[in-house]
Design a protein around this ligand. Structure first.
Ligand SMILES: Cc1cc2nc3c(=O)[nH]c(=O)nc-3n(C[C@H](O)[C@H](O)[C@H](O)COP(=O)(O)OP(=O)(O)OC[C@H]3O[C@@H](n4cnc5c(N)ncnc54)[C@H](O)[C@@H]3O)c2cc1C
Ligand SMILES: CSCC(=O)[O-]
Length: 405
């Protein structure tokens, strides 16, 4: 079906790889496709190939729960995620493709005194960094999201919430397709069903190109944007990454009429929920607690999350779940991404987005394209180096990840 889609309406070409490109991007997820698009659009680098082992958008980009927000804790994060929010607001026009960005609001619940303190600290920090975020009482939270149960007799009563109104959702497939069509129109070759099997380095140690299922492709610059498989690919170049890969699951219900107005997340009880424009409840959880490259996880995670959803939203108790799946999320020790040059000349890496990189897609691609084109980081991604794990200059966002991982 997908190969038919490749040619239907000629959304993008299906070229065979050339022998050489200026830049090769490994991984046709949202971040890789956005990087290729901005390399061509903003930096005039048109000799670019995006090499994808499966189908474009088939990784975490096509498997996530589509939440977009920027209310992380540190100023470095504010710079990166706010840059993305700015690009989300004009992305459909930029790509001439409806990415269905919906600023419906993202509400993060507090259930304990500790949660209240952390949320309010966040809100004050966000205010200093120019990130929109506000505190709601339980009553104000219910007014914003009427299905929310704020009764005092539940196991984890709602003690308030942090609301980012500019946060919301976007259609994940459309983001991949929009960037793919735009990059293709600018001359980027997107080579699907072609796994990268090696990274070749020359006598001087610099990158020379990539080995693939369709042969060697020469390139002076290689950007690895392979999410959960990044560690295995960087190993091919002899670069050890501070990453662990875990399954992260999501599930959707049968579609119903509009019943849920925003996104609600609870880090404490490991559940979050929104409703897609097709009408399904889109529900997520924390990661499975074992390292794996599997795109599935344990049923206990989904059961635990459904328990939490049923307690917070009692009238969903009779909904039937339709699908449950997983992705492979690449997690760094401080839960912040790595968008960086590497010790290998000509090799760049964009990874470590963990459970929350979809929201950064346009901003990530934009600054990573700059990093590859100029061979130096944009000021926004300059702090997000591999080196920080050696120097200790961490950007610890574990509390802001909003998803237990
Ligand atoms: C269930 C789930 C829910 C999530 N929910 C959210 C959310 O609500 N909000 C949010 O912000 N983030 C969320 N995330 C995280 C988000 O999806 C990711 O951080 C983001 O999509 C990563 O984008 P990417 O382009 O880097 O990775 P991907 O889309 O995974 O792209 C990487 C690509 O590399 C390819 N690849 C791997 N190895 C090779 C190889 N050897 N050769 C060639 N290609 C290769 C893969 O096939 C894949 O297509 C969620 C993730 C999951 C799994
Ligand atoms: C699944 S992660 C969603 C988020 O962190 O906004």
């Amino acid at each position: 079906a997908f190969s038919a889609h490749q040619n239907w309406g000629r959304q993008w070409r299906a070229p065979e790889p050339k022998a050489e490109y200026d830049v090769v991007i490994v991984g046709a997820g949202g971040h890789g496709l956005a990087t290729a698009y901005y390399l061509a659009k903003e930096h005039g680098v048109h000799s670019v190939a995006v090499i994808e082992k499966g189908w474009l958008g088939g990784g975490n980009t096509g498997r996530n729960t589509t939440i977009v927000r920027s209310n992380y804790l540190w100023e470095e994060s504010a710079g990166l995620y706010n840059h993305a929010i700015g690009l989300w607001q004009g992305l459909s026009q930029e790509l001439n493709y409806n990415v269905m960005y919906s600023a419906r609001g993202v509400m993060m619940l507090a259930h304990t005194v500790h949660d209240v303190q952390v949320a309010q600290r966040h809100i004050h920090a966000n205010r200093l960094a120019g990130v929109q975020n506000e505190w709601l009482t339980p009553e104000q939270a219910k007014e914003y999201c009427p299905p929310l149960n704020i009764e005092k007799n539940i196991r984890y009563p709602v003690m308030g919430a942090a609301l980012q109104r500019v946060g919301g959702t976007a259609r994940h497939d459309a983001v991949a397709w929009g960037y793919a069509r735009g990059a293709d129109a600018l001359g980027v070759d997107i080579i699907q069903n072609c796994a990268v099997t090696g990274i070749r380095r020359g006598q001087n140690g610099a990158v020379e190109g990539v080995e693939t299922a369709k042969g060697f492709i020469k390139a002076k610059k290689v950007g690895v944007v392979a999410a959960g498989h990044t560690s295995t690919i960087m190993d091919m170049a002899g670069v050890r990454m501070p990453l662990e890969s875990f399954p992260l699951q999501a599930l959707v219900s049968e579609p119903v009429k509009p019943a849920f107005p925003c996104v609600v997340m609870s880090n404490t009880i490991h559940a979050y929920i929104s409703q897609s424009d097709k009408g399904e409840l889109v529900i997520g959880a924390g990661t499975d607690q074992f390292i794996s490259y599997s795109q599935a996880g344990g049923i206990h995670i989904s059961n635990h999350t459904i328990d939490a959803i049923c307690e917070l939203f009692p009238h969903f108790r009779r909904m039937r779940m339709l699908r449950n799946w997983g992705g492979i999320v690449d997690v760094t020790p401080d839960r912040s991404p790595i968008l960086s040059k590497t010790p290998v000349q000509g090799l760049y890496v964009n990874c470590g987005w963990g459970t929350g990189g979809f929201k950064a897609t346009p901003g990530s691609g934009h600054v990573f394209a700059h990093t590859i084109a100029k061979d130096e980081p944009h000021k926004i991604n300059a702090p997000f180096t591999i080196d920080r794990f050696r120097t200790g200059r961490l950007i610890d966002e574990a509390a802001a990840a909003a998803v237990a991982h």
